[in-house]
Structure formats: structure tokens, C-alpha cells
Design a protein around this ligand. Structure first.
Ligand SMILES: Cc1cc2nc3c(=O)[nH]c(=O)nc-3n(C[C@H](O)[C@H](O)[C@H](O)COP(=O)(O)O)c2cc1C
Ligand SMILES: C=C(O[C@@H]1CC(C(=O)O)=C[C@@H](OP(=O)(O)O)[C@H]1O)C(=O)O
Length: 390
């Protein structure tokens, strides 16, 4: 499967076209809207989120609630567009209209894409960069991921993202009864954190950063249950599923690192405390006694839960200005801003969940016959039985 997204942060809409979904898969706008709403929530977001109420329109590839096998196109409108029609105008300016209506950006923000993007595409008005580099684009990535999640859930695979650290405050109590329990408890937390006490401290840290005009980052974790063993491949770099997941997480705006299982801690432990012993029972088939590798060996799933973390840096747009250089005057200035998030880690955990779901759905549809959803379902069931008895 593949998808592209299009659209600017303050343009009329965001669009995605998804190719390669099996025909005959149930999908409804309500499934996607639920995930769009989850992405919008989260403590630490700025004023923009009060303007937007993200809702999807399915404009292609679905009829009476089922995919047709043709490309699925999804659209999410930017409500903020009505305030930006002149600034973002698609038509050339009319005679006599001032260039100043474009709200030209000549002052790049440290940590954002402004300066490098301006240099790359020759945009001396760096609004042309920030409009697309903005994480507003993650709205339709979540929409595409939601469709992938639907495919996975129909195949008995569950994916959930949550927050394990914000601003140096780590969640200590990460125990949960079942993935349903994890979903329920994180949905009830404003920071999408299992550990209620840590969650309260995280919110205080966000308030503190906001009051100081600063921003903070954190760590999100995505857990997947129900993936069969042997999905992905070891034969080529771009078919290693863990590598594709790592790339997907790194592609989320502001993400700077990825870990599977014990992650970087593996560097400090001997092999006997890292590798997971293999066991077998008639009922369960093969399983690992531990899951320190986080569900992957050799670029393929082990059948154990996938556990992957991603680190998000603090938001670059700061009320407390950092020094930068105006590209017109070459003079130093201290940036002043109108609005920004102070922490978007909770929202980003939903984005991480979405991009992981996408990679898994992609790998499954590549590996198994997938023109028809019912055949995909059957093939996967056969594969599950086969790997159990292998
Ligand atoms: C959900 C989400 C919301 C974000 N909100 C903001 C924001 O309000 N202001 C900002 O400067 N950056 C925000 N970012 C981060 C920037 O989009 C990101 O830092 C920028 O695109 C540069 O890319 P890089 O940090 O990956 O190098 C957000 C990121 C995510 C995932
Ligand atoms: C719009 C979203 O996030 C935006 C991501 C973002 C950035 O620079 O990445 C900057 C802000 O945009 P604005 O300048 O319009 O307030 C965020 O609000 C969203 O998540 O839907």
C-alpha cells in the first residue's frame, strides 16, 4: 500500500490518496473521525486546536461502507482557512493588492524547517516552507493510519500509542490488564499516560514550560498485539519491517529517535539479558519467554507484542525567543510569535500509533494476497495455523 498527502496548514484542506487497500473491507467515516479527535486532544496544545474540529470526508474508493479496491481519497478541511484566504490565496494577487497581505516570513525559527526549506526551494518567503512543514499534515496521516488500523483490527491486530515521558517526568507504573484496559485508561488521561500520578506531574511541567514561554518534549510508546510471526523480511534493507517502522516514526515532525524493546539499554547488557528464549506449546505455538527485543528479529515479527518508542524534541516555536537572523537584513533578531503548542507529545502518540499501523497493514497486504479482504483474512488465518505448527 502507499499513500500521499497534500495540503498546507492554513490552506483550504488536507487530502490523502491511499492505494492498495483490499476490496470489500468495511470502513466508515466515524472510525476515522474518532482517531482525528484523539489526535486533536492532549494537554499542552495551542489556540489552533480550539478553531479546528477535524472531520473526514471520504471522497473516493468507498461505496456503502465498503472499499472498492480503487484508491481511497480522504479530505479534512481546515476551518482556520476562512481567516487565511487572502494570505494563502491560490490565485495571483489582483492589481493594486498589496504584497503585504501574504504575511511574508523572513525570520527563520531555530529548530523548524524554515531556513533550510527556504534555501532548498528558493523561497525567500519562508511561509511557503512552514505551511507544509507544519505538523498540521499529521491530520491526514492519522486519517490514513486509521484506515490501516481498521484493516488490522478486522484481522485481530490491535495498535495503541501512549505517553511514557514528558519534560523528564517518566511514567513509573506502566502495568495494564489488557490492551483494552490500556486504551481505556490512556483515553481518560489528558496526557495519554497510564500512570495517573506521573500524568499530573507532566501537566504541571507543561504549565510551567508554558508560563516560562518555553516548550517540552517527551517519549511515546506504541504497542501492537496480535501480529503473526514471520511478517517482514531479512532479505533486503527496505523489506525489514522494524526498519520501516523506525523510518515512519522518524518521519513524524519533531521526532528524533526510535527504540524497540529495551532499546538503547541493550548496549549496557550482556546477550543473555537481551535475547528472548524460545518456547512452544500445542495451544500457543512458538512464543518468547520475555520480549526484550520488542517483537522483532531479523526484520521480521516474532509474534510477540511489538513495543516501539519514539522521542519527540520540544516544540521549536517559542514565546521565549531564541536568537536568529532576518534573511532580508541579515540582522540578528529575537523571534516574537502569535501562537504555538507548548507540548504536543500526547497528540504525537496518536500520530505514532497511526504510522506504525500503516507500516503493519502495508507489510501484510504485500506479503499476503490482498485484492480481496476475505482472501487476505483467510490467508492470514492459514499463516497463523502454519506458524503455530511449524
Ligand atoms: C502534533 C504535533 C504538533 C506540533 N506543533 C507545533 C507547533 O505548534 N509549533 C511548532 O513550532 N512546532 C510544532 N511541531 C513540531 C514541528 O512541526 C517540527 O519541529 C518541524 O516540522 C521541524 O521538523 P523536525 O523537528 O522534525 O526537524 C509539532 C509536531 C507535532 C507532531
Ligand atoms: C495545526 C496543527 O498543529 C500545528 C503544528 C504547527 C507546526 O509548526 O508543526 C504549528 C501550529 O500551527 P498554527 O501556527 O496554525 O497554530 C500547530 O497548531 C495540528 O496539529 O492540527
Amino acid at each position: 500500500m502507499r499513500y500521499l498527502t497534500s495540503g498546507e496548514s492554513h490552506g483550504p484542506q488536507l487530502t490523502t490518496i491511499i492505494e492498495g487497500l483490499p476490496a470489500g473491507m468495511a470502513i466508515a467515516a466515524s472510525d476515522i473521525n474518532n482517531d482525528l479527535a484523539r489526535r486533536q486532544k492532549g494537554y499542552g496544545r495551542g489556540r489552533r486546536m480550539q478553531i479546528e474540529t477535524d472531520r473526514v470526508q471520504i471522497v473516493g474508493g468507498v461505496r456503502h461502507g465498503y472499499t472498492l479496491g480503487s484508491p481511497v481519497s480522504l479530505v479534512v478541511e481546515n476551518k482556520d482557512w476562512t481567516h487565511w484566504t487572502k494570505i494563502m490565496g491560490i490565485e495571483p494577487l489582483e492589481e493594486g493588492e498589496e504584497d503585504s497581505v501574504k504575511r511574508k516570513v523572513s525570520r527563520p525559527r531555530p529548530g523548524h524547517a524554515d531556513l533550510n526549506g527556504g534555501m532548498k526551494y528558493g523561497h525567500r518567503d519562508m511561509r511557503n516552507v512552514l505551511e507544509r512543514s507544519s505538523a498540521r499534515e499529521t491530520t491526514v496521516r492519522v486519517a490514513a493510519g486509521s484506515v490501516a488500523k481498521k484493516l488490522l483490527s478486522l484481522l485481530g491486530i490491535k495498535v495503541v500509542g501512549h505517553v511514557v515521558e514528558i519534560g523528564g517526568i517518566k511514567a513509573e507504573n506502566l502495568k495494564y490488564e489488557s490492551i483494552e484496559d490500556l486504551v481505556k485508561r490512556t483515553e481518560n488521561s489528558p496526557v495519554r499516560c497510564l500512570d495517573e500520578q506521573a500524568g499530573v506531574k507532566m501537566m504541571e511541567a507543561i504549565d510551567d514550560a508554558k508560563n516560562k514561554g518555553d516548550s517540552i518534549g517527551g517519549v511515546v510508546e506504541v504497542i501492537v498485539e496480535g501480529m503473526p510471526a514471520g511478517v517482514g523480511s531479512y532479505v533486503h534493507y527496505d523489506r525489514k519491517l522494524d526498519a520501516n517502522i523506525a523510518r515512519a516514526i522518524m518521519s513524524i515532525n519533531a521526532f528524533k529517535g526510535v527504540e524497540f524493546g529495551l532499546g538503547f539499554e541493550m548496549a549496557r547488557k550482556p546477550g543473555s539479558e537481551v535475547h528472548d528464549e524460545i518456547a512452544w506449546t500445542k495451544e500457543e505455538g512458538y512464543y518468547r519467554r520475555t520480549n526484550r527485543l520488542g517483537g522483532f528479529e531479523g526484520g521480521m515479527t516474532t509474534g510477540m507484542p511489538i513495543v516501539v518508542k519514539g522521542v519527540m524534541k520540544p516544540i521549536p516555536t517559542l514565546y521565549k525567543p531564541l536568537k536568529s537572523v532576518d534573511i532580508e537584513t541579515k540582522e540578528e533578531f529575537q523571534a516574537s510569535i502569535e501562537r504555538s503548542d507548548s507540548c504536543a507529545v500526547p497528540s504525537a502518540s496518536v500520530v505514532a500509533e497511526s504510522v506504525v499501523a500503516w507500516e503493519l497493514a502495508s507489510a501484510l497486504t504485500e506479503q499476503f494476497s490482498s485484492d480481496r479482504f476475505d482472501i487476505l483474512e483467510r490467508s492470514l488465518e492459514e499463516h497463523r495455523q502454519y506458524t503455530k505448527e511449524f
